[in-house]
Design a protein around this ligand. Structure first.
Ligand code: EAX
Length: 322
């Protein structure tokens, strides 16, 4: 082949490569790569890479490597981070309407919660994010939250009374937990293991997948299956990335996020089915006969506040979804 043709071929190849340049997306989440957040994030990223023919790839930052969930959401707004797979814990500080789904004992079970999030109510909430500088691609899932502590079994609210419990930075949760007699201490997730280890707080509450992944059995003796809150999660994207996407790529990202959320829910199911036995084997004492009606009855006053804040009809709309 003549030199001129060689040079032309090389230029074409290089030029072609430039057109298919790869953008690396930084995605963060709170727990380990093999956790529910890791599984959901990986499926999402794999689907995006496939759907964009490799033009978009992820760089993963598990274990709160990029900070707490609130910090990561702020970074999404600033455009210094591309994606976060986060619980709704701190989200209400950015999109107040989302706080309604954090109400204790609002959801009957996983089927009910997933139907609400995937239906008009949940989808309408996703539409509230762009005006606050965040793109909410899809609901993923953290799970039903249970209480752990280092002091005693918790069967009814009187057992929880006086315990210093770490909570998320979430007023809806804290108002509810105060009614249980708990002393709520809001704290970012990355500080939690150390606080439990040093006894700065007596306990915390989180879904089984988080308790497992964060190895809380090393620093907590008692697990009570209170299931007092359903903790939704979200795949959030920076508008800095979204606004550069073609319509076709936007569709790829949205479909990929739905698949990631579905995979995350499967992992939550698995952890719910196998995780409690694992935690018992790791030495935790598990209370299964929690007096949930007593906890629900204790929420009478906070529910009056929730009705004022969110509208009794809106709360009932969620409760009535079958
Ligand atoms: O999203 O802060 C929390 O307790 C969250 O459940 C945890 O970060 C996983």
């Amino acid at each position: 082949m003549k030199l001129r043709s060689l040079v032309a071929a090389a230029a074409l190849a290089l030029g072609g490569a430039a057109f298919a340049q790869t953008t690396v997306l930084k995605i963060g989440y709170a727990t380990a790569p093999d956790s529910h957040y890791g599984v959901g994030s990986k499926v999402f990223c794999d689907e995006v890479e496939k759907g964009t023919q490799g033009r978009y790839k992820c760089q993963y930052f598990p274990n709160s490597a990029l900070g707490g969930e609130r910090e990561q959401i702020e970074a999404i707004q600033l455009g210094t981070q591309d994606l976060v797979n986060t619980s709704t814990g701190p989200v209400g500080n950015f999109v107040p309407e989302v706080k309604i789904v954090d109400i204790p004992f609002l959801f009957r079970d996983y089927d009910h919660a997933r139907k609400v999030m995937d239906g008009p109510i949940g989808q309408d909430l996703l539409a509230k994010f762009p005006s606050r500088g965040i793109i909410a691609l899809a609901w993923t899932e953290n799970g039903f939250r249970h209480m752990t502590n280092s002091k005693r079994d918790i069967v009814e609210p009187s057992d929880a009374k006086g315990l210093k419990m770490r909570t998320m930075e979430n007023k809806v949760h804290m108002d509810g937990y105060r009614a249980f007699g708990i002393l709520p201490t809001p704290m970012a997730f990355p500080e939690l293991f150390g606080a439990l280890q040093q006894g700065t707080v007596d306990g915390q509450e989180n879904p089984i997948p988080v308790i497992l992944s964060a190895k809380f059995s090393q620093v907590q003796k008692h697990l009570s299956l209170t299931g007092h809150v359903y903790s939704p999660a979200l795949l959030l994207l920076s508008p800095k990335v979204w606004n550069k996407l073609s319509d076709a790529d936007k569709k790829v990202f949205l479909e990929a996020a739905k698949k990631g959320g579905a995979a995350q829910r499967v992992k939550v199911n698995e952890d719910e089915n196998n995780g409690i036995a694992q935690l018992e084997q790791q030495g935790m004492k598990v209370v299964r006969n929690v007096d949930k009606p007593a906890f629900q009855a204790a929420l009478k006053t906070p529910y009056e506040g929730y009705a004022k804040e969110f509208g009794a009809a809106n709360i009932k709309k969620i409760q009535d979804v079958q």
